[in-house]
Design a protein around this ligand. Sequence first.
Ligand SMILES: Nc1ncnc2c1ncn2[C@@H]1O[C@H](COP(=O)(O)OP(=O)(O)OP(=O)(O)O)[C@@H](O)[C@H]1O
Length: 267
Amino acid sequence: MATNGKRETVIEARGVEVGFGDRLVLKGADLDVYRGEILGFVGGSGAGKSVLMRTIIGLIRKSAGTIKVLGSDLDQLSDDERRAIERRWGVLFQQGALFSSLTVMENLQFTVRENLHLPQRLMDELAVAKLEMVGLDASVCSKYPSELSGGMTKRVALARALALDPEIVFLDEPTSGLDPIGAGDFDTLIATLQRVLGLTVYMVTHDLDSLSTVCDRIAVLYDGKVIAAGTMDTMLKSEHPWMKEYFRGKRARAAIGAREAALSGNG
Ligand SMILES: Nc1ncnc2c1ncn2[C@@H]1O[C@H](COP(=O)(O)OP(=O)(O)OP(=O)(O)O)[C@@H](O)[C@H]1O
């Protein structure tokens, strides 16, 4: 597996191109994600952040480029090898994407049932353990997604992403739709899980607070390419017009002020 100094690259995207019809959304995107980091992925609305994430996990076909995950080029794998790699990541889609007709317990066991052959009692114990990991207790097991608050839905979706003890978790806008306190709590949860479980976290987000509080590095997608990757300090020093506006503009200052006000009880 590739290493950069001491850092092991767990996702390596090179020259990734993706288009829909005659419109190219990704025009040669390059990205490295290192083991154990929380990478925040930003870009304007419709820039292609979700498209790149979905391409990395194989849900969207690219027209050019290579993607290696955990050392393997996914295009070169047999179906069995591919499934084995897929078991090593978990995904939290935008909106949580829980199955509405299944209870929380059934949602949590869905992936496990497909991948492992375990006795029901053990699966039940595992599901409760995952719920506890994300700060929920067994009382939510019999609830349906429509009975959960936005924050609980995100937590259940995160528990489901963790179902197979993944090494990498992909999170698509995990704090969208949460109030500032809920978003702050969710960020803390992600940071704690990353530390305790040694996860690599790939997080598409618009949330500047998440970026400054939990992300080790930030990558920026602009005009179909990753134009920068580095720490928040690096982002704040950039003179690129889009990055300047995004990280230092009026919206950035307002967003940071809003969560600080909510956390100090003035929101
Ligand atoms: N399956 C698809 N078919 C056609 N066009 C698509 C498809 N998926 C995404 N697109 C288009 O690709 C572009 C990038 O979409 P994407 O969802 O990746 O944006 P994003 O950067 O995640 O934006 P946002 O922050 O608003 O969620 C958009 O113009 C979208 O309409």
